[in-house]
Design a protein around this ligand. Structure first.
Ligand SMILES: [Zn+2]
Length: 162
């Protein structure tokens, strides 16, 4: 953990106390030494950085897992409570049913407005639709000409631009 190469041999006894010192243990002798030993100050700072990095790498892994576990347990208790209560079991279905009936009502309203406003009358009033075709629905063919003379006469009348 400590970078030993930065610390001279005469400082090795202080280096061994770095960890406790960084952990918050008071060490007046080390304090005094650090004021006049740049090597130990640098080494201590390196150790502090290394410790911070190590904690940052360690704590995010442990903290969320604890929160995640608590969330999961809370969810399990929630589901258990719901399963034990029959009324609570039907709540989502009632919600869904109310949503569906509301949607159906809105659709029915829109459809009726559309039919009244835009649809042709014969669709709105189906009783006016004729279900059977009568002979009067077709144009009557002209009566059969009784003779060729009448045919010629009628043709002549058409050619004259009647
Ligand atoms: Zn030193």
């Amino acid at each position: 953990m400590f970078n030993k190469s930065n610390v001279p041999k005469r400082c090795r006894k202080f280096e061994a106390r770095f960890e406790d010192y960084l952990g918050g243990a008071p060490d007046s002798e080390l304090d005094a030494h650090l004021t006049h030993c740049a090597d130990c100050r640098t080494a201590l700072e390196d150790s502090r950085l290394a410790g911070n990095l190590l904690r940052e790498a360690w704590e995010p892994a442990s903290e969320p897992s604890r929160a995640f576990l608590a969330k999961v347990m809370a969810r399990i208790h929630q589901e258990e409570a719901r399963a034990k209560s029959p009324a609570a079991f039907w709540t989502p279905f009632e919600f869904l049913a109310s949503r569906l009936s509301l949607t159906a009502a809105v659709l029915l309203l829109v459809l009726s407005v559309y039919l009244v406003e835009f649809a042709p009358r014969r669709i709105v009033l189906p009783t006016s639709i004729r279900t059977e075709l009568s002979a009067n629905d077709f144009p009557q063919p002209p009566g059969d000409p009784v003779s060729n003379e009448e045919v010629l006469q009628s043709l002549a009348e058409r050619n004259n631009g009647r």
